[in-house]
Design a protein around this ligand. Structure first.
Ligand SMILES: C[S@@+](CC[C@H](N)C(=O)[O-])C[C@H]1O[C@@H](n2cnc3c(N)ncnc32)[C@H](O)[C@@H]1O
Length: 283
């Protein structure tokens, strides 16, 4: 365990270490209800998923977007869990080492590798060496610059606090080839989470309370796209009227104010505008 620090005489683990411990336990004793999954994994023809991988589906939604995947892609998957999505990615690329699965927790890596062997017994097309499992940290990926076509993570980045999230995203950007694709899937919440729950590191590690708030929230933006976009994406249009009326009122008040105090342009400004044609010639 690294990054322990001493505070007021007590040894305190960082939230990253709490997360590490939680997923060590979840590798040694799979817990079907640990994370936020509410739906079954997608069905793919000729893909037989071992039961243990369903049980260890510690993600939400999916990062495996069929239409976007190319058999020549090299795919980085960060936070392997029980290996379900790494296996689904391998289904599309089917080459040794074409999926690189990085995880910080040795017990989780070992469990995923065990699960890939079970998957090979159930699927003639699959070989465990299609997926290279590598120990490493999302905050400092052991991957070369600009070396992967797709970088994906499911239900890990929501655990990170803001500074670490910035680092994790910068790492994904660093390792992606120019024009590469980033796929992420994380829980969101439509209501702000009380601060005392956000501070609970174990709940954060369980993907419950690090979630981003998405819904029309009061951020005071006069840009309707910024105000409404989170609501559209999350499907939560509560208080929509407020986000339409406020910027409209702002624009009306602004133009009235301009009429009163700012509608007396200088002669030089008028001359400049009036004397130039669209093609750049003078009249
Ligand atoms: C919530 S689980 C998600 C697992 C998998 N993505 C899924 O959808 O089932 C988080 C995973 O990230 C791993 N992990 C935790 N902290 C990590 C870190 N800092 N860097 C890389 N992996 C980490 C855990 O061991 C675990 O496998």
């Amino acid at each position: 365990m690294n990054s322990k620090y001493i505070k007021e005489g007590a040894i305190k683990m960082s939230y990253l270490d709490t997360t590490h411990e939680l997923y060590k336990e979840a590798a040694l004793t799979p817990q079907a209800s640990l994370c936020c999954v509410t739906s079954q994994a997608r069905f793919l023809p000729d893909l037989n998923v071992p039961d243990i991988m369903h049980e260890m589906n510690y993600g939400c939604g999916t990062t495996v977007h069929f239409g976007d995947l190319n058999p020549k892609d090299t795919i980085l998957y960060v936070g392997v869990g029980g290996g379900l999505e790494a296996l689904q990615f391998a289904y599309f690329v089917r080459r040794p080492n074409s999926v690189i699965a990085v995880d910080r927790v040795p017990e989780m890596m070992a469990k995923a590798q065990e699960n890939f062997k079970l998957a090979a017994d159930l699927n003639n097309w699959f070989q465990p060496d299609f997926i290279k499992v590598v120990q490493g940290d999302a905050l400092n990926l052991p991957i070369e610059n600009e070396s992967v076509d797709v970088a994906a993570q499911n239900c890990l980045f929501n655990i990170f606090k803001e500074n670490d999230l910035t680092k994790a995203l910068a790492e994904m950007y660093r390792v992606l080839k120019p024009g590469g694709r980033l796929y992420i899937s994380d829980p969101i919440t439509t209501k702000p989470i009380p601060e005392h729950l956000r501070k609970d590191e174990r709940l954060r590690a369980m993907c419950l309370f690090g979630a981003t708030v998405a819904g029309p929230i009061s951020g005071g933006s006069f840009n309707p796209a910024r105000s409404i976009a989170p609501g559209i994406i999350s499907g939560n249009m509560e208080h929509l009227w407020l986000y339409i009326v406020s910027p409209t009122m702002g624009a009306i008040c602004g133009s009235l104010l301009y009429t009163v105090i700012g509608n007396s342009p200088s002669p030089s400004h008028e001359a400049t505008c009036a004397n130039i044609n669209l093609d750049g010639t003078y009249i």
